[in-house]
Design a protein around this ligand. Sequence first.
Ligand SMILES: [Ca+2]
Ligand SMILES: [Ca+2]
Ligand SMILES: [Ca+2]
Ligand SMILES: [Ca+2]
Length: 213
Amino acid sequence: MVIAKRFYLLVAVSFVLAVTGCGGGGSSSSSPAATAAILDTDGDGTGNNTDTDDDGDGVLDTADAFPLITLGGLTDTDGDGRPNDCDAACQTAGMTADTDDDGDGVLDTADAFPLITLGALTDTDGDGRPNDCDAACQTAGMTADTDDDGDGVLDTADAFPLITLGGLTDTDGDGRPNVCDAACQAAGMTADTPSSAALQLPTSLVILKTEGE
Ligand SMILES: [Ca+2]
Ligand SMILES: [Ca+2]
Ligand SMILES: [Ca+2]
Ligand SMILES: [Ca+2]
């Protein structure tokens, strides 16, 4: 009976060792998962597996274009982890410059205010300058667009201030095209009437008539 009990105990201990991986063979302590768990890119004592800002640059991993490369002291206006400008050292580190610094969808090359986001303001012609600019907008440093559709005809003189002429001819510059084809009409415009041109002759006639009376 004693031998049988010892044998049973030996079997039981062997089973526990096998389950816990402490039996010697097939150790899992050096698995890829375990190795990843101890990585701590920013050396803040919190492993990347639980750190929410792996590179410790203030931009959370979920929003960081380069979650494992710190911005260092580089300026990042829109806080997307991609610096406004990226010098040689920055590029060597593996980053690239932001092409839309304020992250408002208008590229820096076309943005009237590249460092001031439009937020929710409407910008019909996509030049980074909002159609209307309220107090908050002005405080931010922007001014309203005076040609919302960017077709060269100022809003104050544009028959269709929110519909660009595109390449259509507009002889009298009132924002209403001389001829309006199907695409033009679909956009919401109508052709200019010849009235403005016709009225130029009657105007002189009216004067003559007035003088004659
Ligand atoms: Ca970060
Ligand atoms: Ca950025
Ligand atoms: Ca922009
Ligand atoms: Ca216009």
